[in-house]
Design a protein around this ligand. Structure first.
Ligand code: IVH
Length: 673
C-alpha cells in the first residue's frame, strides 16, 4: 500500500472502529464481534507504525499509550464543580419546591428534568475543536486533578465529538471549546469481576463501586485504569450551545456522541418526580449499574441560574436519595453453608437489623480470604450493606468496639452436611466438600434448578424438595418431569389437589428458553448473564456441549475460569446424561418463553373432563401446552373448549349450559397433532 492509500485506509479504519465503539459503549449494541474489532485495531496499529505522521489525537490507538505519571497536575475548573443537597423523603422534595418558589416571581411555572444519580465520581471533560483535550476530577470543586490519560482509556468517552447531528447554530459554537460533566462509574458486572480477581490475587477488594471507580481513575499508570473497564454517563453541558432547558442539554449531549439521559424523565410537577423516584426505586436493583438516588433539576436553564447557589450546591437541583443501605449490627455466629457446587461458604448470623426497609439476619462472607481481609470475628460489631436485591455483605468491622471475648472463625475439616473431608481446589479460594453425592450439593442443585430465574416451578419450596429427595422420588432435576400425581399423594402434606397442582406446575414449566435451560444446570460461574451470552452464541445445546474452551473463551465477558468450568461441566458423563434425560423427559427448549406454534388451539383455554382413552391426563395437559394453549381446571364463560372423555363429570354439563364448545377425544387429538 502506498502512502496515500495508507492515509485513506487509516482514516476509514478510525471511523469504523469509532463507530463500533460508539455502538457498544454508548448505545449498548453490537454489530461485530470483539475479535473482528481487535483485528481492525491491529491493522490500524500496524499502519500507524509504518506512517506515524498520520497518527492523530483521536485515533483509537491513542486511548492507552501514555506513560505512568509521577503525580497528577492540578487543574482549575472554568466553572465551580458543585455538589448537591440531599433529600430522603417526599416531604423534603415538596419543601425544596416551596423554597424555590420563593426565589422567583409568584406563579412562575416549574418543569423538572429527573435523571439517575449514578454512583461513581464526577469528572469534567474539555474538548478543543471537537477533540478531547483535558479531563479532571472534581477535587475541592475549584481545583481538581488532571486525569486526561486515564479518561482516554474509557471507551464510552468520545475522543472526537460528533457535530453532524447538532442543530446548525450549536454547530458553530461547538467548534471552539466544549465542556461536559458527568459520572465515571463501574457496572455491577465489572465490579464483581474486579473484586473476585482482586481477592484471587490477594489484593485489596473494593467496598463499593464508587470506591472502585475512584480508585481506578486515580491510578498513575493508565494501563491499570484501562484494565478496569470503566464507563461514563454525561449529565451536564457547561458550554452554552443554545440550550434553554436541561432536557435540551441532554439531547445535545447525545448528539455529540455521549452516553446520556438513560431512563431520564421530563416532569411537569413534583408529583411526577415522586412517581419517577418510586419507579426507579423498583427497578434499580435490576439496572446494570448502581444508582443511589435520582437527581431532579429545574428544567428551565434561566430559572435554574436565577435560583443561584447556596453554599456548594445549586438551589435548582436536588439529589433525592433512596434510604441508607448500611446499618451496624453484631455477628452472633459464623456458620458454613454447602452450595450446589460443593463450595463451603461461611455465613455470618447477625443480630437482626433493618437495612433499606427489610430485616437482615444473615450476610455472606464469601470465603476465608474475605474473613481475613475484613478481620471479622464472632462477636464483632460490623457494618452491613445491601446493594439491590442481593444478600447483604459485611463491609467493615468496628474493632474499637471489641470486648476481648470475640472468637476467630475456623473452617471445619469435615463437611457439616455429609461429614466428608473438606478440600481446597487448586488455585481457588473456596474450600469444598469432596463428596459429589453430598446431600447438600444435590439439594442445592435442585433448588437452583426450580428457582425463578431457571425453571421457575411454583410450589417446590426447600421443604417439599427435601421430602421428594428423601422419598427417593427426585434425586436429580430430570426426575421432576417423570413425577406423577400418584407418587405424591401418599406423602405427608400432599392432598389430591396439592399433588395435582404441583404436577401441573412442573409440566407448565417444561418450556424454557435456552438461556434459562443453561442457567438451570447450575454450572459453576455461569450466572444468568453468562447463560444468555452462551445461548445467543451457540443456539443449541449440542453445539454448546461440543464447544472447546478456546471457543468459549472468545466470547466477550467469558474468561479462562468460566470457559474451563463450562468445558469441565460438559466433559462429565453424568452431566451429559442429565441433559439427555431432561430433553427426553419432556423439557422443550424454546426460542421464546412459550412455544410459538401456529395451531388451531394457540392461545385457547381448554378444560378436560372424563377419561381419555388414548392418553393420560398429564399427557393431555402436556399436549395442550405444546399446542400453545392453556390447560385450565374449571369451566367458565372464558373457556374456549371442553374436551369430553368417557364418564364426564359436571364440567360437561356446565359447558353445555354456558354454551362452551365441546370437543370429542378424536377431534381434540386431531387438533393437537
Ligand atoms: S448533577 C451541581 N446529575 O452526584 C452538581 N450529579 O452529590 C452537578 N451525580 O458530584 C451534579 N449522577 O458526582 C448530577 N445525573 C447526575 C448525577 C450526579 C451522579 C453525582 C455527581 C455529583 C454528586 C452530587
Amino acid at each position: 500500500m502506498d502512502r496515500h492509500a495508507a492515509q485513506i485506509r487509516i482514516q476509514k479504519l478510525k471511523a469504523e472502529i469509532n463507530h463500533h465503539r460508539y455502538l457498544y459503549h454508548v448505545l449498548d449494541r453490537e454489530e461485530i464481534s470483539d475479535a473482528a474489532l481487535d483485528s481492525l485495531k491491529h491493522e490500524l496499529e500496524g499502519l500507524e507504525r509504518q506512517y506515524p505522521e498520520f497518527i492523530t489525537l483521536d485515533s483509537p490507538t491513542q486511548r492507552v499509550g501514555g506513560e505512568p505519571l509521577d503525580a497528577f497536575t492540578k487543574v482549575s475548573h472554568s466553572a465551580r464543580m458543585l455538589s448537591l443537597v440531599d433529600a430522603f423523603s417526599y416531604e423534603e422534595l415538596q419543601d425544596w419546591q416551596i423554597r424555590n418558589e420563593k426565589f422567583v416571581p409568584p406563579g412562575t411555572p416549574f418543569d423538572y428534568y429527573a435523571e439517575l444519580k449514578m454512583d461513581g465520581l464526577a469528572v469534567t471533560l474539555i474538548y478543543h475543536a471537537g477533540i478531547f483535550w483535558k479531563g479532571a476530577t472534581r477535587g475541592d470543586g475549584v481545583t481538581g486533578e488532571d486525569i486526561t490519560q486515564n479518561l482516554k482509556t474509557i471507551e464510552a468517552i468520545p475522543l472526537k465529538l460528533e457535530f453532524k447531528k447538532l442543530p446548525a447554530e450549536a454547530h458553530s459554537r461547538a467548534e471552539k471549546e466544549i465542556e461536559v460533566r458527568g459520572e465515571v462509574f463501574m457496572t455491577k458486572k465489572v465490579f464483581e469481576r474486579l473484586n473476585s480477581e482482586q481477592a484471587k490475587k490477594k489484593l485489596q477488594t473494593f467496598a463499593n463501586p464508587r470506591n472502585a471507580a475512584a480508585g481506578s481513575v486515580r491510578q498513575l499508570d493508565p494501563k491499570i485504569t484501562a484494565s478496569r473497564q470503566l464507563s461514563f454517563m454525561a449529565y451536564d453541558l457547561i458550554t452554552d450551545l443554545g440550550q434553554t432547558t436541561h432536557k435540551e442539554a441532554h439531547e445535545l449531549l447525545k448528539q455529540l456522541g455521549f452516553r446520556a439521559g438513560e431512563q431520564n424523565k421530563f416532569c411537569t410537577s413534583i408529583e411526577q418526580v415522586e412517581a419517577y423516584h418510586e419507579m426507579i426505586g423498583g427497578i434499580r436493583g435490576k439496572l446494570p449499574y448502581w444508582t443511589d438516588g435520582i437527581v431532579v433539576n429545574v428544567n428551565d436553564v434561566r430559572l435554574f441560574k436565577q435560583l443561584g447557589v447556596i453554599g456548594k450546591a445549586p438551589r435548582g437541583a436536588l439529589a433525592y436519595k433512596y434510604p441508607a443501605e448500611q446499618a451496624t449490627t453484631i455477628v452472633e455466629d459464623i456458620q458454613v453453608q454447602v452450595g450446589r457446587t460443593g463450595a463451603l461458604t461461611p455465613v455470618a448470623h447477625l443480630k437482626p437489623v433493618k437495612v433499606a426497609g427489610s430485616t437482615v439476619s444473615r450476610a455472606t462472607l464469601h470465603n476465608v480470604d474475605e474473613i481475613e481481609r475484613l478481620g471479622v470475628r464472632i462477636g464483632d460489631t460490623v457494618i452491613v450493606q445491601k446493594a439491590g436485591d442481593v444478600i447483604p455483605d459485611i463491609v467493615q468491622v468496628l474493632p474499637k468496639l471489641r470486648t476481648g471475648k470475640e472468637k476467630k472463625f475456623v473452617m471445619p475439616r469435615k463437611c457439616p452436611v455429609c461429614g466428608s473431608p473438606v478440600v481446597r481446589r487448586e488455585g481457588e479460594v473456596a474450600f469444598c466438600c469432596s463428596n459429589k453425592q453430598c446431600y447438600a450439593q444435590q439439594h442445592e442443585g435442585l433448588r437452583h434448578f426450580v428457582s425463578k430465574a431457571a425453571f421457575n416451578i411454583d410450589g417446590l419450596g426447600p421443604k417439599i424438595l427435601e421430602q421428594l429427595f428423601r422419598a427417593d422420588l427426585v434425586k436429580n432435576p430430570a426426575d421432576l418431569f417423570s413425577l406423577r400425581e400418584l407418587d405424591l399423594t401418599p406423602l405427608e402434606r400432599f392432598a389430591e389437589k396439592s399433588a395435582e397442582n404441583l404436577i401441573t406446575a412442573i409440566q407448565a414449566s417444561r418450556h424454557v428458553t435456552f438461556a434459562r435451560f443453561i442457567y438451570a444446570l447450575g454450572i459453576r460461574h455461569v450466572g444468568e448473564e453468562t447463560a444468555i451470552d452462551l445461548a445467543e452464541r451457540f443456539g443449541t445445546i449440542d453445539k454448546l456441549m461440543a464447544a472447546p474452551p478456546g471457543e468459549l473463551n472468545a466470547i466477550r465477558d467469558i474468561g479462562d475460569v468460566v470457559a474451563r468450568s463450562i468445558h469441565e461441566y460438559f466433559s462429565s458423563k453424568q452431566n451429559r446424561e442429565l441433559v439427555r434425560k431432561l430433553l427426553q423427559g419432556g423439557v422443550v427448549v424454546t426460542a421464546e418463553r412459550r412455544p410459538v406454534r401456529v395451531t388451531p388451539l394457540a392461545g385457547k383455554k381448554i378444560v378436560v373432563t372424563g377419561t381419555l382413552a388414548s392418553m393420560s391426563r398429564d399427557e393431555a395437559k402436556a399436549r395442550i401446552r405444546e399446542a400453545g394453549a392453556d390447560w385450565v381446571s374449571s369451566v367458565s364463560k372464558n373457556t374456549d373448549y371442553v374436551v369430553v372423555g368417557a364418564d364426564p363429570g359436571s364440567k360437561a354439563e356446565k359447558a353445555r349450559k354456558l354454551g362452551v364448545k365441546m370437543l370429542s377425544e378424536a377431534e381434540f387429538v386431531t387438533m393437537v397433532k
